[in-house]
Design a protein around this ligand. Structure first.
Ligand code: HEM
Length: 452
């Protein structure tokens, strides 16, 4: 018997705000606890856990919902055996404003269909080409870094990764077209943070909506061209992917994925590279260990096959993501009333999840606040203490499709940076860490010492 189709009525219902029976706080008027989350996400989560346990009422990102903590609760929600958690409605008021139709904003069968459409672009054969495409872009950027006055890592890595994105995701070369696409993409990101959600002249939201239409038109015009061509960038591969009946996937399905992929890949990898650089500038012994491993490969640009030989860089990547996960919050919305950790949660309630507490839970991690990449070695494998002790890439049906791409990009980048430069931070350097809009050290004034 065919599985019963899920009743989609939940997609047109408003959020439930009737949550007074759940302990917690609405924070300060208008902002809720959003401001606290910018610098002190850990403290916010910790204080909820201490005062109210694993399930508490919260108001964040202008939405009243519940904050859920605890590895077992995460396993239930992410794996969602009862089909009771909607990502589409979880993100409708945030990412859905600009990336409507993107794969993360689709549930169940609709989501599975899109995942099928995108999988070819993430297979090994495709990845091999991506490494070759990104290497020269990274090299050109790194070449200039020791000549930049008052160098700060964030703006420079952002520029470099925007160019990597234009080339690998969309297949455009440097120039006006790439600049326009990158500008549109950045306008949308600014729009996501805009307080006024009106298309009035001058508002970030208005600018972002214009950018969204630009990208839609651009991708829409490109699709036929890409189908006729032989491009090996992600967009071209998706355009030439065929469904089980031998037909191309519909344009209207491809367009939102192209924009969303740029978004999903960009800030996340920017964030992790900021942290890898910060931690290994602060702990030069780890920088040296990574460098030895990279030099042992004996080449200026790595190939796909080299990735599996880079175990030290791999462990530094994961340790950086453990302490400072690039995606600090994800959202779901309940479809039916349910019980979470003994608390009755009504239908249509926003549910917020964060990996931060699980990533520092002393039940699984020894000395959790310390930067210690060796905890990922096979003989310690602290990340395997529970399937949700370490989950920077999420879990279940929506688990990050770009996880291997992120590792590949980070290794390709670190390899070139390590063989070209020794890097350091000023003596007694201290910085605050931001969580919003993307996790990163507030400042990272890296000093470069050229090796080659
Ligand atoms: C360090 C880098 C990255 C981190 C930490 C990360 C994290 C995540 C997380 C937590 C999710 C699940 C969100 C949820 O369940 O609500 C996700 C989904 C996703 N990520 Fe990533 N991501 C990274 C890099 C990338 C890259 C490089 C790409 C593309 C090349 C990508 C594409 C996606 C897509 C398309 C989804 C949605 C998957 C689906 O709904 O089936 N991500 N990512």
């Amino acid at each position: 018997m065919a599985k019963a189709e899920i009743n989609k009525a939940y997609l047109s219902r408003p959020d439930n705000h009737d949550l007074d029976h759940i302990d917690g706080t609405d924070g300060i008027p208008y902002f809720g606890e959003s401001l606290k989350s910018i610098w002190g996400m850990e403290d916010l989560l910790k204080s909820h856990a201490e005062k109210w346990g694993n399930v508490s009422r919260v108001k964040i990102l202008h939405q009243r919902g519940i904050l859920v903590l605890g590895v077992d609760n995460y396993q239930k929600i992410y794996l969602d055996k009862d089909k009771n958690f909607s990502t589409e409605m979880g993100f409708a008021e945030s990412l859905g404003q600009f990336y409507n139709g993107g794969i993360l904003m689709k549930d169940f069968a609709d989501h599975k269909f899109l995942r099928r459409m995108m999988q070819g672009a993430f297979k090994n054969a495709a990845m091999k080409n991506y490494v070759a495409m990104m290497n020269p872009v990274i090299e050109a950027h790194l070449e200039t870094w020791d000549k930049i006055d008052n160098f700060q890592f964030f703006p420079e890595i952002k520029k470099a990764l925007l160019e990597v994105g234009a080339k690998v995701f969309i297949g455009v070369e440097l120039g006006d077209e790439a600049d326009q696409i990158n500008q549109a993409f950045q306008d949308i990101n600014d729009g996501l943070l805009g307080q006024v959600r009106k298309e009035w002249p001058g508002t970030k939201y208005g600018k972002a909506k214009k950018a969204e239409r630009y990208l839609h038109d651009y991708f829409s015009q490109e699709i036929d061209k890409r189908r006729r061509g032989d491009g090996v960038d992600m967009l071209s591969l998706m355009c030439r992917e065929i469904d089980d009946d031998g037909n191309f996937f519909a344009k209207e399905l491809i367009i939102p994925q192209a924009s969303f992929l740029l978004f999903a890949a960009h800030d996340t990898t920017t964030s992790v590279l900021n942290h890898m650089t910060y931690y290994t500038a602060m702990h030069p012994q780890w920088q040296e260990k990574m460098r030895e491993e990279c030099l042992a490969l004996g080449k200026n640009q790595i190939d796909y096959e080299d990735l599996e030989k880079m175990n030290v860089v791999d462990n530094v990547f994961h340790e950086s993501l453990r302490l400072r996960p690039s995606v600090a919050f994800v959202a779901r919305r309940t479809i039916n009333a349910c019980e979470i950790d003994g608390v009755q949660v009504p239908a249509d309630t926003m549910v917020f999840l964060s990996p931060i507490m699980n990533h520092r839970d002393p039940q699984f991690w020894s000395d959790p606040e310390t930067f210690d990449p060796n905890r990922f070695l096979p003989e310690r494998a602290e990340h395997k203490g529970h399937s949700f002790a370490y989950h920077p890439f999420g879990g279940g049906a929506h688990k990050c499709i770009g996880m291997h791409f992120a590792v590949m990009l980070s290794k390709t980048f670190m390899h070139q940076m390590l063989i070209k430069y020794d890097y350091s931070l000023p003596t007694n350097f201290k910085t605050r860490f931001e969580w919003v809009p993307l996790p990163k050290p507030a400042k990272l004034p890296i000093k470069w010492q050229r090796r080659t």
